[in-house]
Structures are given as C-alpha cells and as structure tokens.
Design a binder for this molecule. Structure first.
Ligand SMILES: [Fe+2]
Length: 352
C-alpha cells in the first residue's frame, strides 16, 4: 500500500510563491518544478529533463515554456518537449509528467495521482477565505521533519493546548471537559465545550472578556490531510451550546493543509480566518504573529516526536482517551490508501 493518498488535491504553494522563476518542491516523494506562464497559469511538471535527468528547476522560464539548464530542451505546460536545440526532430516520447493544478483561496493546488480523477469538488470548502465578513491571514509555510499524519494527530487532539500552548491558546481547564467525536462520511469531527472558565491568554487579549468565558473547540478533518480548527470564545452564559448570541464573541479558524514531502517531512501550509476586527491591520499582524508562533510550538513537538520514532521504529505505544478523533482520521486515510491500491497503480512517470 502506498504511504500516501495520491488521488487528492494538495497545496503546492502560495500563489505568491509560484512565479516565472522555477521553484523546486518535492511532494509525495516526487520532485516537482513549479512555475507560472506569462498569462498567469500555474504549471507543475516532473522536475527532471527527459534527456539526461537534470532538474528542470535549475533551468529558466522562456515564454510559456521551461528550458532545461543543461542542453536547452524546452517543455510546455503539458510537459511536452517543444524544442531540442540543434535538431528538428522531436521524439514522441520527449516529455515529462505534468500535474493538474488549480488556484483557490490564494493557494496553488496540485493533483499528484491519476489526472483523469482530478475533481475540483474535492478541494475542501473553505468559503470563509473568500467571504467579506472574514479576514484571511496567509502566513508563510512551515517545514516540518515529520510524517504528515502526525500533523493531523496534533490538530485533532486539542488537549495538547493545555501543555504545549499554555501561554497562548491553552488553559489547564481544557482537560476538565470531555470531547465528542462524530463522523460524517469521511469527515471526522471533534467538539469540546469549555464552560465558565477564564479565556486563554491570547483570546483574552483579543476579546477583552470582563469575566469568565464559554469556549467551543471544534476540529473538522477532511481526508487526506485537511483540518479546520474552529475556536469560539464568548462571555460566559452567552456562548454555550444552548446560549444566546453573546455581546462579546470572537471566532477564529486555523485552516491546515499539510502536504507530504516524504514519509518523514511535510510542507505545512496554513492560514487563519477570523470574524472580529477584520479591517484592523494592527490586529491582523498581531493575530498572524501570535498564531504562527503557536504553530511553531507544534513544529518543535512534531520534529522531536518524529526524530524519536525514527530512532526507535519498533517501540510500542499506547492509546489514551483523547486519541479517539486522530485514530478515526487515521482509519479513514488507511481505507483511502487501501481503496487506491485496489485500483490501478498511480502513474509514476508519463515517460514510462
Ligand atoms: Fe498545537
């Protein structure tokens, strides 16, 4: 069974990262070159010239093609070789693999599996990114030396906020309240309400709650690797599940799209949407900095966790109560991989 779900959209880069200067990036163990044509189309090709394997990313964009920096062969957006300097005949198999791409929510998405199955409706519906009542924060990606499923584990287990993020979005009160796990098809959802407790330090800074707060934590996982971490904090007595609309209520979501690089490394793309102070530039910067720092705390944990797992590959582990949602997500992904393995093997290279 493949380590990855191939037939899925993954984030390849922020739109600002895909330009007329080629960029090398590895996804699902496959080297890819990203570039943009002069008319704005993002292109993703196998990062290897079909002549002598030199990475195309070391070449340059020429018009709407990319030119190999070794012998000058040029390839169009479909991966077809359109010029071989010094000869008129271009062999039919002179091509490299081209990956479907699409731009959505400020990201360039890539489909690493069978191009015939690249269905746009499989991109998660993160409509807040485009809605006038929400502000969208777009931080640079983080690089993590860990398997992408450890990121999902981390996002679906918000108990760790009480330990890893105690000075920002965590409080020790979290563990006083149970979690609820539900499943809707392939989606996994975790919900927890923390009622009548002090708001965590960062939310207190943003919400200025005069007393205790009611807080909802909800995480929705969409396979293979997307998570929305929703946090709502409101004056206590107004924000609880059965409560009235609060006079003071803030809502923020972290949108996570970790893209596997290898079995043990991940490009962690993420953004934040919020519905408070949406035109406040200072707040915008403050939320971006503070929440990105929270994510960096996770990166430290994940790097260390993977390092130990690599050093001790056969060490046993135990499950505890809070592993319910992450374990369910892993089961969904495992089934997707198994279903993919039943169908034809993913295309390795168009040249083969
Ligand atoms: Fe975290």
């Amino acid at each position: 069974m493949s380590t990855f779900v191939n037939n899925a959209w993954y984030v390849a880069g922020w739109d600002r990262e895909v330009t007329e200067t080629p960029r090398a990036r590895m996804f699902l163990n496959q080297p890819v070159v990203l570039f943009r044509t002069p008319d704005g189309k993002p292109v993703a090709l196998e990062d290897r010239c079909c002549h002598r394997h030199y990475p195309l990313s070391k070449g340059k964009c020429v018009g709407d093609t990319i030119q190999c920096g070794y012998h000058g062969l040029r390839f169009d957006a479909d991966g077809k070789c359109v010029e071989i300097p010094g000869q008129d005949m271009i062999p039919k198999n002179a091509r490299v693999r081209s990956y479907p791409t699409v731009e959505k929510y400020g990201w360039v998405w890539i489909w690493m599996g069978d191009p015939a199955l690249a269905d746009l409706s499989l991109i998660p519906n993160w409509w807040w990114c485009e809605h006038k009542d929400w502000a969208f924060i777009k931080p640079d990606l983080l690089y993590i030396n860990c398997n992408y499923e450890l990121v999902t584990d981390n996002l679906l287990d918000v108990t760790h906020l009480a330990y890893v993020h105690l000075t920002s979005i965590g409080t020790s009160a979290i563990t006083d309240f149970p979690i609820n796990t539900s499943r809707d098809g392939d989606k996994v959802r975790m919900t927890r309400w923390v009622i009548d407790r002090p708001a965590p330090p960062m939310y207190q800074k943003f919400g200025q709650f005069p007393g205790n707060a009611d807080r909802c934590q909800m995480v929705e996982f969409v396979p293979p690797a997307f998570c929305v971490n929703f946090a709502q904090v409101a004056d206590t007595g107004t924000g609880a599940p059965e409560g009235q609309s609060g006079t003071r209520r803030i809502e923020i979501m972290a949108l996570s799209a970790p893209t596997p690089e290898t079995e043990t490394s991940t490009h962690y793309f993420f953004g934040f949407v919020r519905n408070f102070g949406i035109h406040d530039d200072e707040l915008h910067k403050m939320v971006q900095t503070n929440f990105t720092n929270v994510f960096k705390e996770d990166v430290d944990v994940l790097n260390s966790q993977q390092q130990r797992m690599t050093q001790m590959p056969n060490a046993p582990e135990i499950d505890i109560k809070v592993d319910g949602p992450p374990n369910l997500a892993r089961l969904v992904v495992k089934r997707m991989k198994a279903a993919e393995a039943q169908t034809k093997a993913p295309i390795e290279s168009a040249a083969e």
